[in-house]
Design a binder for this molecule. Structure first.
Ligand code: GCB
Length: 597
């Protein structure tokens, strides 16, 4: 799925700004059928939850409505007019005046509607977008809705971040010619100093296609004819972690001398491969340093913000991070583009977080229910999960920064039914993209002995909290447990292990000379102990600390104003651990640290 970009044949109008806003509780049955009767306005992009002082809005379960008027540029006569919503969390419905033009389920991937038949160039229309935040056993991520004694509907969920909702990313109107480029797929290879570019251009109907590759200065380096083929770039500059280089593939539909449509896709030439227990980028072993992140800031919730984007990348670079995981959902496309341009490596994750009823039972002290069963997560859950994988890959397949797909976070991979659930999903992922390794993250309860799915994957990502949830305050024991645990996986599976989560909640300003959980010194010492264990295991190919910054979670006695495992505070101030990471990571250049024993 192509990101809308302005070209010689396409125009793009951004619809961000203040929209009218109301929850379903305060408006009539068909709020799209006329002007939305509300005193409230909400910014797009932003989650709506933290904007208003009224807790009924923050805790609302169900539909909310956004509305604005839009004028179609008068020069768009004869063009197709497309409306694109970058994300409606978790379900969206789009109305142009009285007409429903699009419906979409899945809160972190874009959807579009061709609205040409409903609008006219130069004319104004009423655009209403409904957004539903409900999570059920057939949504990704899953959740449950209950009704309490007072008759109020309540949303519960199995993931450790706040269920922010709304239009957290941009909304666009764009024009394309009737005959246009629908999609492009680029797969690159490296053959000594030559780059190979396999491309495939999909068009709206049969057409003559021409492609050109431009380097970063705009000079043409190779060209081809036809909707698919392989191009060669001599003396190629590869895309490298920390040294990004982007080319542009310009795809044109030609008709005699006329160019009917043109689209320019940025791409990088790089390879990714798992060999034995190594992870190779461009044929060289790569060691991941970085974080599991979240899209989370005060007031905006999950609203995309370019200032935080730039600042977060600055802070990652400052600590020596070369990578991050899009925990626990696909991030805004602006983030992926930025990672491409700045050479940061990304593990790209679906929103399949919380497929694990053992964790819930552990937290609530209730008897465990089976995770995979007709009453809990089943075929319909997996269908939604498959769709989430399809949409992630369709959106992100051309990003050089994306080196691996992570199809689930901490599923109950040690339970009966896990293999039957995951095998077809791994197969689907490989079919959609045979070029990138596939992974999942293994929860604490899944050990190298009882995990039922690890062998299906190329890389095993491991989430562990020794020294926090287990061996709390005892870092000597934590280090030993960590080492033993990792050794078990390394010996049994012989493939790369990536530490995708390890971390300790920390209150900035709390200090101690002893190993005292919650202090800044403890977080730093916890990381150092974990690192000593990683360095003793050859198969560990990287470490991503949980989390980059403190973030908001649902209410609960396990969290104090959210999850405080950030190496930075929610407003991005460094805790002492940031300096510990800097000391270790800076200057590594993607190589495994030598053992500190
Ligand atoms: C995990 C989850 C993550 C949580 C984290 C924690 O294992 O993957 O979403 O936030 O632990 O801090 O407990």
């Amino acid at each position: 799925m192509l990101k809308p970009r302005p070209t010689a044949t396409r125009e793009l109008v951004n619809l961000d700004g203040l929209w009218k806003f109301a929850t379903a509780a305060t408006v009539g049955e068909s709020p799209w059928a006329g002007p939305l009767d509300t005193p409230l306005e909400a910014p797009v992009p932003a989650s709506y939850n933290d904007l208003f002082t009224d807790s009924a809005i923050r805790d609302h379960v169900g539909w909310v409505w956004y509305q604005r008027t839009v004028r179609v540029p008068r020069g768009w006569d004869g063009e197709r007019v497309v409306l694109r919503v970058d994300a409606a969390t978790h379900e969206g419905r789009v109305y142009v005046d009285d007409v429903l033009v699009a419906e979409h389920v899945g809160g972190y991937t874009p959807f579009e509607a061709d609205i040409t038949e409903h609008v006219g160039a130069g004319q104004e229309f009423r655009l209403t977008v409904g957004v539903n935040n409900e999570l059920t056993t057939t949504t990704i991520p899953p959740g449950r809705i209950t009704v309490d004694q007072t008759g109020r509907r309540k949303q519960t969920y199995l993931h450790d971040f706040y269920n922010y909702a709304g239009l957290a990313r941009s909304v666009w109107l764009y024009s394309v010619p009737a005959l246009h480029v629908e999609d492009i797929t680029v797969v690159t290879g490296l053959d000594s100093t030559t780059g190979t570019v396999e491309y495939e251009v999909e068009t709206s109907e049969a057409a003559t296609v021409r492609v050109r590759v431009l380097d970063a200065t705009g000079a043409e380096v190779c060209a081809g004819e036809g909707a698919s083929g392989t191009l060669r770039i001599e003396n190629v500059t590869p895309w490298r972690p920390g040294a990004a280089y982007l080319y542009e593939l310009v795809a044109e539909i030609v008709d005699g001398d006329a160019i009917r449509d043109t689209y320019a896709l940025p791409f990088g030439v790089r390879t990714v491969e798992v060999r034995g227990s190594r992870f190779l980028i461009n044929g060289e072993p790569f060691y991941f340093t970085g974080f599991g992140k979240h899209e989370d800031t005060a007031v905006r919730g999950k609203g995309h913000d370019d200032a935080y984007l730039v600042h977060d990348f600055q802070l990652m670079e400052w600590t020596g991070a070369n990578s991050f995981r899009t925990a626990h959902y696909p991030y805004a496309e602006e983030v992926m583009d930025f990672a491409d341009r700045h050479g940061i490596v990304v593990i790209d994750e679906t929103a399949a977080v919380g497929l694990n009823l053992a964790v819930e039972a552990g937290l609530l002290g209730t008897p465990p229910r089976p995770t995979f069963s007709p009453e809990t997560f089943h075929d319909a859950t997996r269908d939604a999960h498959a769709q989430a994988i399809r949409e992630l890959i369709a959106r992100d397949k051309n990003h050089p920064s994306v080196v691996m797909w992570c199809i689930a976070n901490e599923p109950s991979s040690n339970e009966e039914g896990a293999r039957e659930y995951f095998e077809p999903l791994v197969e689907l992922t490989r079919k959609l993209d045979p070029t990138r390794p596939v992974t999942y993250t293994a929860v604490m309860f899944a050990t190298s002995d009882n995990d039922r799915i690890a062998d299906l994957f190329d890389v095993i990502c491991i989430n562990r909290y020794y020294g926090w949830y287990i061996a709390t305050g005892d870092l000597a024991a934590a280090e030993q447990y960590m080492e033993g645990d990792l050794r078990g996986w390394a010996e049994k599976f012989g493939r790369p292990l990536l530490m995708s989560e390890y971390g300790a909640d920390t209150l900035p300003g709390l200090h101690s000379v002893w190993d005292q959980p919650w202090t800044e010194e403890y977080q730093a010492a916890y990381l150092a102990a974990s690192h000593r264990a990683f360095d003793r295991i050859e198969a560990v190919v990287g470490e991503q600390v949980w989390n980059f910054a403190d973030f908001q979670t649902s209410h609960g006695i396990h969290r104090v104003d959210g999850n405080r495992k950030g190496v930075f505070t929610r407003d991005r101030k460094p805790k002492a651990a940031a300096y510990e990471l800097q000391r270790r990571w800076r200057g590594l250049g993607g190589r495994k640290p030598s053992s500190e024993k």
